[in-house]
Design a protein around this ligand. Structure first.
Ligand SMILES: Nc1ncnc2c1ncn2[C@@H]1O[C@H](COP(=O)(O)OP(=O)(O)OP(=O)(O)O)[C@@H](O)[C@H]1O
Ligand SMILES: [Mg+2]
Length: 456
């Protein structure tokens, strides 16, 4: 027994010894792995710190949260700069982010969250309100992480403050609009320049032609007046001679005279000669008016003086003159505003009114209305002549101010009315505009500075 005891003891001892060795190795291993773990842990901590440092150095907000509970899993420091609130506040109060979103944008952000869970990704731009009330524009990109069962486990996002971009964008847009306006202005000025260039060259031609025609038409006119008197006298004399025929002694001569009368058709000549004269007179008068128009057009008068006058008086007197042209067709309505006297060349302005009124009457086929309106705007006075006539075809709108452009039959229009008017208004530093739709009448608007001469 003792032997067995000794043997057992020895075995146990060996086993113990072995055990101790085993334990020692295990311990060494443990220590080694623990060392390893410590190193790894330190590395992890370092790496996490590095990551945090990197994320905290960003201008953009980086975040992660649980969609179901809105629990904030991660939020970097940028949240403070962008929102003006402490990062901890967002971690402690899950509703805080939603609550600082600009009320008008809140529903959209909520929808985009829901939508991101469906599609896995979502981008949105919205506004937040900072504690001092300042608005910031944010651009947010969200990415959803799902678990094995396909349930949305996390939403990771990055939110960038784009206020400055937005501001630049708006500025750019505004600049663009300003540029567009400037371009429109340039185009308008250019078309006016073109128009006045055309006017100038046609004006020179017109002045020359008018000068050449003016003299002959002058004496033709006055001669025709004298001629009419002479012919009337001669006809009266002839009548007296015819009365004397009854007491004429020489029957042969009388037969000869009567034969001649028949041959020349005296009865017709007597009735026609005055008609011919009247017609010629009218024709010559028309030529004279055209020449006058041409002269007015080329240098728009000159004999006229700048005066302070009431445009209403001018409109009324012009209406009286053209009444004949319009009274059978058009009902005239006056909607006069309260306008100041205007410094202008009154005769020439009256000519403009006349051209517009006659045009309006011509545009009305059978029956219509011509409305005269006046009013003020800033330092200008405007006059409108509006008719319910046939209107102007769109393709004619750019041509109506061209000299000699007319749609009227020969003899009815020379196409000078509006070009003359244009140059007169230009001389007054004013504007003449037209608004017309085919079949719906036309409205011509003249805009004049109160003191045209002041701006010269
Ligand atoms: N109120 C209007 N309604 C419709 N068309 C118009 C009107 N005013 C002008 N027009 C058009 O513009 C053209 C040019 O007008 P403008 O007054 O220059 O010449 P005109 O009337 O034809 O001849 P003029 O005035 O020299 O006798 C006209 O022929 C007509 O086609
Ligand atoms: Mg006309």
């Amino acid at each position: 027994n003792l032997i067995t005891l000794v043997v057992d003891n020895a075995r146990l001892h060996t086993e113990k010894q072995q055990r101790i060795e085993q334990l020692a190795t295990l311990n060494a291993r443990y220590i080694a792995s623990n060392e390893q773990l410590k190193v790894t842990h330190e590395r992890l901590i370092k790496s996490e710190k590095r990551l945090n440092d990197i994320l905290d150095s960003l201008d953009s907000v980086v975040w992660s949260m649980v969609p179901e509970t809105l629990e904030v899993l991660y939020l970097n420091q940028a949240a403070k700069d962008v929102s003006g609130r402490a990062v901890e506040d967002f971690i402690n109060d899950r509703q805080l982010w939603m609550s600082i979103i600009y009320p008008d944008d809140r529903a959209r952000v909520q929808n985009s969250l829901v939508e991101s869970i469906r599609t896995g990704m979502q981008k949105i731009t919205y506004r937040i309100v900072r504690p001092d009330g300042e608005l910031r524009w944010l651009f947010q990109h969200m990415h959803v992480v799902y678990d094995k069962a396909g349930k949305a486990e996390r939403i990771d996002g990055i939110t960038v403050d784009v206020t400055q971009h937005k501001f630049n964008e708006d500025l750019l847009k505004q600049r663009n609009e300003e540029l567009q306006l400037a371009l429109d202005k340039i185009q308008e000025v250019q078309s006016h320049l073109l128009q006045s260039e055309k006017m100038a060259s046609v004006g020179q031609l017109a002045a020359g032609v008018a000068h050449e025609i003016n003299n002959p038409i002058g004496y033709i006119n006055s001669n025709l007046t004298s001629l009419k008197g002479y012919v009337e006298d001669l006809l009266a004399l002839l009548a007296k001679y015819e009365q004397a025929e009854a007491v004429f002694a020489d029957a042969g001569r009388l037969a000869e005279i009567n034969a001649f009368k028949r041959q020349m058709d005296l009865a017709f000549v007597k009735s026609d000669v005055l008609d011919l004269l009247a017609e010629s007179h009218e024709g010559a008068f028309r030529v004279k008016k055209i020449v006058q128009d041409l002269k007015d057009f080329s240098h728009a008068g000159g004999e006229d003086d700048w005066q302070w006058v009431s445009l209403h008086a001018g409109l009324e007197s012009t209406l009286n003159i053209v009444n004949n042209e319009i009274k059978y067709k058009a009902h005239v309505v006056k909607e006069f505003g309260d306008i100041p006297e205007v410094r202008c060349l009154p005769h020439q302005l009256n000519q403009v009114f006349m051209n517009l009124l006659v045009n309006a009457a011509h545009a009305i086929d059978k029956e219509g209305t011509i409305t005269l309106r006046t009013g003020t705007e800033n330092d200008t006075v405007w006059v409108e002549v509006s008719d319910t006539g046939k209107g102007i075809m769109p393709e004619h709108l750019s041509k109506i101010f061209d000299p000699f452009f007319t749609t009227k039959p020969v003899g009815k229009g020379t196409g000078l009315g509006l070009s003359v008017s244009y140059s007169i208004i230009k001389k007054h530093n004013g504007e003449i505009k037209v608004d017309s739709r085919q079949g719906e009448g036309a409205t011509f608007r003249i805009i004049l500075p109160v003191d045209s001469s002041a701006e010269k």
